[in-house]
Each structure stands twice: as structure tokens, then as C-alpha cells.
Design a protein around this ligand. Structure first.
Ligand SMILES: Cc1cc2nc3c(=O)[nH]c(=O)nc-3n(C[C@H](O)[C@H](O)[C@H](O)COP(=O)(O)OP(=O)(O)OC[C@H]3O[C@@H](n4cnc5c(N)ncnc54)[C@H](O)[C@@H]3O)c2cc1C
Length: 396
């Protein structure tokens, strides 16, 4: 079987499937190790999905956040248990590929796939830039936002309503003390998103993201503004780059016959936090048993994977999307509550650690919120003036 794309989704799927005894070919267009636009925050819930430790590539462990609304006062909040690990994608992705190779995966980098074809539900043809052809019974598209597998096999493209940009601020004598084990989070500066300062071994990763429709053209100046507010010299920010955050729609098909899309290719990004590595690794793990069943002839499609995404991932993404709409229409009271109320701060920590889900949090605040979340979020879209904009095909 073939996996296209060796980000966290692809290398995880390849490793899990290979561990079940199947021959797996993993292709990526980039030469590894390769970097990609990302804050490199790996939540505890993500780490817990992996059968090995990420210690070799972890540069810091986060125990709290400096929370700030625009250029207002910084309020620092701590957590008893770690909430996130900090790594760099150039190191994380190479490490995950290495783990897949240890499980027997054949990895070929520098292979750009230009076309894929479904010859039969269990027969696929993959063609690379040099014209070389590969065939397989199962084909997994882990080739990120706007991937070729999704396009060529007729999957619906995820919505791209969010966009983010980041860069690295080097500190040759060590990062500032206040950011060791702590992240900076800034709200209200851009619509539909937030700014972040993430601690790494020898630099801070500084980034900002929001609704593409509102910030698509101004993200670079928004990032400069964020640096200004925190007293960092924007001209010293290195490797500035941005990318889309694809978001799945409910009802979207993520598998057909022996093919499937996973990770960003399926749009499995958390709308509120922008976290995508969890969706990538969770989908990579969950697809393996479906592929196993399919290759053994016990099923005619990767249905179990489809149902896992539909039943376990999408409902939570939808809750997150609704909360995101409400949060960003008027961030001020919510940020104040996060800064000052344990009733808000504690569930946020539990959520990031994976001890609870968006659905459980919504239920925690009562049935009334549960049933009114949808209508309130629609109202929030109206208030923010995005309802009409979202209907336009240009926005998707
Ligand atoms: C600025 C920014 C900051 C972010 N910060 C965070 C964060 O801190 N934490 C977090 O959890 N998420 C974050 N995300 C989201 C996260 O980066 C993605 O969700 C995650 O990378 C998805 O992993 P993936 O394996 O699905 O895809 P990717 O990591 O995008 O991997 C896709 C792979 O496919 C390969 N590929 C593509 N096309 C082809 C082709 N035709 N042939 C062969 N290979 C191909 C690419 O080279 C690439 O290696 C951020 C996103 C952005 C834009």
C-alpha cells in the first residue's frame, strides 16, 4: 500500500499499518529533514497516541500561559500538569519518519507525486514527476491542505477559512526567562484567531493566525504588530512563512473503497486552537485497523475509519467551531474569564491535555448551552458580519 505525504499524518499511518505486517511505501516530495510552517506545539493528548516517547525532539515543556488581550496587561496562569510539548517540525517530522522506517516502512523522499488514479476500488496508480508509476491496493492521501490525492480522487476539499503565519526569533544566549516552560497567547489583535509566542531551545516561535477573509492580506503586518507589542524586533524574525488551516465540513467523505485522506488533507484542524498535529496523528492511528481489514478481504471499504472521523472527530470539531465563532465575536469577556476564573482556565487546560473534549465541556456548562450553542454561534457569525461572507464561494 502507498501513503503520499510524510508529515505526522502520513508517517503515523505508514508506521501503524506496517506494524500490522503490511508492505508500506511512504512518498514525500520534499527532501528530509524538511521544515514546514507550524508553531510546533504538540499537546499531551497527541503524545499519548504514540507508542514511543517524543523526548528526543522535545525542546520545552509548557506549564502555563501569559494571557493578554491586545496590548493590555499580561496575566500569567499556571497548570499543575504539563499541557503541551514544544518541538520544531523539522525535527519532529524526521523523527516520526525514522520511527516508521524502524517498523519496516520504505520511505522515499524527493518524490513529487503529480497524479493518482483509481483503476478499481482496490487498485490505484500513482505517477511521480519523473514519470515513474507505482500501483497499490490501498492509497492514503496525507499530502496536506490542497493535496493531490483529494483533488484527483474527487474528495471534497476542506474549507479554508483560517490562515496563519509564523517566524523564529533567535536568542543565542538562551530564551528570555519568562518564556521558559510558558507560552504567550494574545487575543483580539486579529479577527478569528490569536497570536502566540512559543518557547524553543534557542529561539521563540512567534506567530499569528485568523480568519482568512479578514486577515488574509494583513497577516505580515499583524505579525509585526504582535512583535512590537511584546518588544521584539520584527526585523530580526527569521524564516517567516504562512499556510492555510483546512477545516473539514460535517458530512464530508474521507474514504472511498481502498482510498482515504487523513490529517490536513481531510481538514482535521481544531478551529478554535488551530491545532492540527492531533488530527493528523489521530487519523493516522485510526486508519490502520481499517486498512488491515480491507487488505484481509474482511471489508470492501475503509468504512471504520470514515465512521471514526464522523462519530468521534467531527462532532468535537463542530463544537470547537461554534465556540470559536462565539469567542471571537467578542473576545474581551472570555479572555477576562480565562485570566481570572478557574472555572474557565481549568477546563481549558484539561482540554489541551486531552482529559476532556469540547463536547464534555459544553455539557459541563449545562444542557441549555448544549442546545443553544448552534443558534448562538450562528448569531455570532451574523454579529461579526461573516454570515453573508461565508456564503460566498470565494471564501472557501
Ligand atoms: C503557521 C501555522 C502554525 C501551526 N501551529 C501548529 C501547532 O503549534 N500545533 C499543531 O498541532 N498544529 C499547528 N498547525 C497545524 C499543523 O501544522 C498541521 O495541521 C499539520 O502539519 C498537519 O499534518 P499533516 O501530516 O496532515 O500534513 P503536513 O504536515 O502538511 O504534511 C504533508 C506532507 O505531504 C507532502 N506532499 C504534499 N504534496 C505532495 C505530493 N504531491 N507528492 C508527495 N508529497 C507531497 C508535503 O511535502 C508534506 O511533507 C499550524 C499550522 C500553521 C499554518
Amino acid at each position: 500500500m502507498i501513503v503520499i505525504g510524510a508529515g505526522p499524518a502520513g508517517s503515523t499511518a505508514a508506521r501503524e499499518i506496517s506494524s500490522l505486517g503490511w508492505n508500506v511505501l511512504l512518498l514525500d516530495k520534499s527532501r528530509f529533514p524538511r521544515d514546514k510552517p507550524c508553531g510546533g506545539g504538540v499537546t499531551i493528548r497527541t503524545d499519548e497516541l504514540l507508542p514511543f516517547s517524543l523526548d528526543p525532539v522535545i525542546e520545552d515543556v509548557v506549564y502555563g500561559a501569559h494571557l493578554r488581550l491586545r496590548d493590555g496587561r499580561i496575566v500569567t496562569r499556571y497548570t499543575k500538569k504539563p499541557i503541551t510539548y514544544m518541538t520544531q517540525r523539522i525535527r519532529l517530522d524526521a523523527f516520526l519518519v525514522e520511527q516508521s522506517q524502524r517498523s519496516g516502512v520504505e520511505f522515499r523522499d524527493g518524490i513529487a507525486v503529480t497524479h493518482v488514479r483509481r483503476l478499481a476500488p482496490d487498485q490505484f496508480e500513482v505517477i511521480d514527476r519523473s514519470g515513474e508509476k507505482y500501483t497499490s491496493r490501498v492509497l492514503i492521501g496525507a499530502d496536506g491542505a490542497n493535496g493531490i490525492v483529494s483533488k484527483n480522487l474527487g474528495y471534497e476539499n476542506p474549507i479554508e477559512r483560517a490562515i496563519a503565519i509564523e517566524g523564529n526569533m533567535p536568542f543565542f544566549n538562551g530564551i528570555p526567562e519568562e518564556y521558559k516552560g510558558m507560552v504567550g497567547l494574545n487575543f483580539g489583535l486579529v479577527k478569528g484567531g490569536y497570536g502566540w509566542i512559543f518557547p524553543k531551545g534557542d529561539h521563540l516561535n512567534i506567530g499569528i493566525g485568523g480568519w482568512k477573509i479578514n486577515v488574509g492580506n494583513s497577516l505580515r503586518s499583524d505579525l509585526a504588530n504582535l512583535c512590537d507589542i511584546y518588544g521584539f524586533d520584527f526585523s530580526k524574525l527569521e524564516q517567516i512563512r504562512g499556510h492555510h488551516l483546512p477545516l473539514i465540513r460535517p458530512g464530508t467523505l474521507v474514504s472511498a473503497g481502498g482510498s482515504a485522506v487523513i490529517g490536513d488533507a481531510a481538514g482535521l484542524v481544531d478551529p478554535l486552537s488551530g491545532e492540527g498535529i492531533y488530527g493528523a496523528i489521530a487519523s493516522g492511528v485510526s486508519i490502520a485497523p481499517s486498512v488491515d481489514n480491507f487488505l484481509r478481504g474482511q471489508s470492501t471499504a475503509l468504512d471504520d475509519y470514515h465512521f471514526f472521523i464522523a462519530d468521534s472527530i467531527i462532532p468535537d470539531i463542530e463544537k470547537s467551531r461554534a465556540l470559536m465563532e462565539i469567542f471571537h465575536v467578542l473576545p474581551d469577556p472570555f479572555v477576562w474569564l480565562l485570566q481570572h476564573s478557574d472555572r474557565f482556565w481549568s477546563p481549558a487546560g484539561s482540554l489541551i491535555r486531552g482529559e476532556t473534549t469540547y463536547s464534555e465541556i459544553v455539557n459541563h456548562f449545562g444542557k441549555v448551552l448544549g442546545s443553544s450553542l448552534g443558534p448562538i454561534s450562528k448569531l455570532a457569525q451574523l454579529v461579526s458580519g461573516r454570515k453573508a461572507q461565508l456564503r460566498s464561494p470565494d471564501c472557501q
